[in-house]
Design a protein around this ligand. Structure first.
Ligand code: 15L
Length: 274
């Protein structure tokens, strides 16, 4: 992947969830730019650690450890925590308490946060509706609810403490779309990596929201703060249209709502008329 900028942040960048699929991509990209990364995860880091960077195992539910690992950092790329729908008790520690620890660390360090939010914070909007970044939260499960909470926490820390935060509502960040829905929600790894770069280097961000999707013609999503941080996706799911044509679930709940399969998990309501 070609780097888009040559600037190196003055202070180290903390990356949580470094050992996950997205964390590994971000590590490789920012490492290739020569950035000093503090990598953390509860799982070991499976790849080579870039020169000048380090990995420390940290459990986000341990506030003291989070404060310690964030010391001296100017940016926190927060990809750690539960990343799929799980029972409430499993989401609670990493995504609710853990996020509080991240924001307390950011406040102490005067650091900016990029929060890996998700389309599942708004998953119960219908696919036919084009959303802007100020749309109503409509979480489609406990995971999506934790992402809505995370975005609101960012707003609180901005208005109360001046902690800047960029909330990326990630669609489907995989090597390629796997179903028709992905033609709307897909985010390429490369676009995500460049977004992390831009969100770190932008002179100021306030508390803002970015739709984490590539330049997909069929996108469900519209206005957001991308211009303010000088980011624009370069890839598009459009080139996969033939590959995923007809790959739909046949489930009316899944196909109706933007959150797809998550909306149908434990769904007990009678599907309302359109
Ligand atoms: C997410 O938030 C998940 O982390 C990912 O596994 C996918 O399910 C994605 O959303 C999606 O909606 O496709």
């Amino acid at each position: 992947m070609e780097p888009t900028l040559s600037t190196i942040p003055a202070r180290p960048v903390l990356l949580t969830g470094a050992s996950g699929n997205l964390g590994r991509q971000i590590t490789a990209y920012l490492g290739s730019l020569g950035w000093t990364l503090r990598l953390t995860d509860i799982a070991p880091f499976p790849d080579a650690i870039p020169a000048g960077s380090s990995f420390t195992k940290v459990d986000l539910s341990n506030g003291v450890d989070v404060l310690r690992i964030a010391e001296g950092c100017g940016m926190i790329l927060h990809f750690g925590g539960v990343s799929v729908e799980r029972p409430f008790e499993e989401v609670l520690g990493p995504n609710i308490s853990g996020l509080y620890h991240i924001y307390e660390a950011a406040r102490r360090e005067g650091a900016r946060v990029l929060f890996a939010s998700s389309n599942h914070s708004i998953g119960f909007h219908e696919r036919a509706t084009k959303l802007d970044d100020d749309c109503e939260f409509r979480p489609d499960g406990y995971y999506g609810l934790s992402k809505a909470y995370g975005e609101l926490m960012g707003r609180m820390y901005w208005f109360k403490h001046g902690v800047e935060n960029v909330n990326v509502r990630i669609g489907s960040c995989f090597p390629a779309p796997t179903e028709e829905r992905g033609l709307s929600t897909w985010l390429s790894f490369a676009d995500l990596c460049r977004l992390c770069e831009r969100a770190t280097l932008a002179p100021s961000t306030g508390a803002c929201v970015i739709w984490g999707a590539s330049a997909n013609t069929r996108s469900f999503w519209g206005n957001d703060a991308r211009t303010a941080i000088d980011w624009a996706p370069l890839d598009s799911a459009d080139v996969y249209a033939n590959q995923v044509a007809g790959k739909v679930s046949g489930n009316p709940v899944i196909e109706r709502y933007q959150g797809g399969a998550y909306t149908a998990m434990e769904y007990t309501r009678k599907l309302p008329p359109v």
